[in-house]
Write a protein that binds this ligand. Structure first.
Ligand code: SAM
Length: 291
């Protein structure tokens, strides 16, 4: 194997190194240089990182750093840095700290006067955004959506009225339920995109309306693999409708559906209590009769 990395003299500090999200060749030459040159690599899963290092012929000392041992490991990592050593932090895939461990470590090292050096590379969120065809001028990365529908809807509602693209990490088995909640909270026409198995053999990036995505999953069953879910918000979804809008909507339906039917449809459309809208519909009907 031709050696593509070179060992380099590194100044002391914590090197936060991004690694591939699927395709092993998506690692940067600088990342390889750093991984080959640090004293120790702190890895979320040492076996996973060893596979990456083996692919490039890098023989490095690996120690675990993950959500369950972070508190015990932080003093050790900090001692390395305080002693003038260069060490690396990597996660299983993508950029550390992005829905991955490392936040407290990076803070603590900085507060102790140590240096933190980012070594940029892939992240599933940015990779998905770059090819989804949704607006990217303003986006918010939100990590994983809550698994329960009630909490998920609350989370989604907190973005109502904003004009931006939301980016979530999601799992195949939960995707359909998440899409159904998007339809409930933002409406059937909301444009979404799903990036699946990015940079891997079965990569797929699909952009469609939330309701079309629901239908697709209902037909095909839960998708396999890793998923990034994106939602394009125009700022109109979830905005409280004006009284004039509601009156207009009901009036349009009074002749064909009657007060009860028009109120039911309006209740669904505006997510308002049916009884309130029925009273409104009856008043509008009376007004129309008087006119
Ligand atoms: N730190 C990583 C990054 O920068 O993307 C993310 C880690 S997070 C624990 C893992 C989640 O990222 C997966 O459950 C999935 O939602 C998303 N993900 C990671 N790799 C992916 C890929 N190749 N395609 C689609 N989504 C991916």
């Amino acid at each position: 194997m031709t050696q593509v990395f070179r060992t380099v003299d590194l100044s002391p500090g914590l090197y936060v190194v991004a690694t591939p999200i699927g395709n092993l060749r998506d690692i940067s030459l600088r990342a390889l240089d750093i991984l080959a040159s640090v004293e120790t690599i702190f890895a979320e899963d040492t076996r996973q990182t060893k596979r990456l290092l083996d692919a490039y012929g890098i023989d490095a000392q690996l120690k675990p750093y993950h959500d369950h041992n972070g508190a015990q490991m932080r003093p050790l990592v900090m001692k390395y840095v305080a002693d003038g050593k260069a060490v690396a932090l990597v996660s299983d895939a993508g950029t550390p700290l992005i829905s991955d461990p490392g936040y407290k470590l990076v803070r603590d090292i900085g507060e102790a006067g140590g240096t933190v050096i980012p070594i940029p590379g892939p992240s599933a969120a940015i990779t998905a955004l770059s090819a989804a065809g949704l607006p990217t001028d303003m986006f918010t990365f939100c990590g994983f959506l809550p698994p329960k529908s009630g909490q998920r809807q609350e989370k989604l509602k907190s973005f109502a009225g904003q004009k931006l693209t939301l980016v979530f990490y999601e799992t195949g088995p939960r995707l359909l339920a998440a899409l159904e909640d998007i339809v409930t909270v933002f409406g059937a026409a909301t444009e979404i995109a799903v990036g699946r198995e990015l940079t891997k053999k079965f990569e797929e990036i699909i952009r469609q309306s939330a309701s079309a995505a629901v239908e697709r999953l209902e037909e095909n069953g839960p998708p396999k693999g890793e998923i990034v879910l994106m939602i394009s918000l125009t700022g109109e979804e979830g905005a409280p409708a004006s009284e004039a809008d509601i009156d207009h909507y009901i009036t349009d339906r009074l002749a064909s559906l009657g007060a009860k039917g028009a109120a039911s449809e309006a209740a669904r459309e505006f997510k308002l209590p049916k009884r309130e809208l029925y009273a409104r519909a009856v008043a509008l009907q009376a007004r129309d009769r008087d006119d």
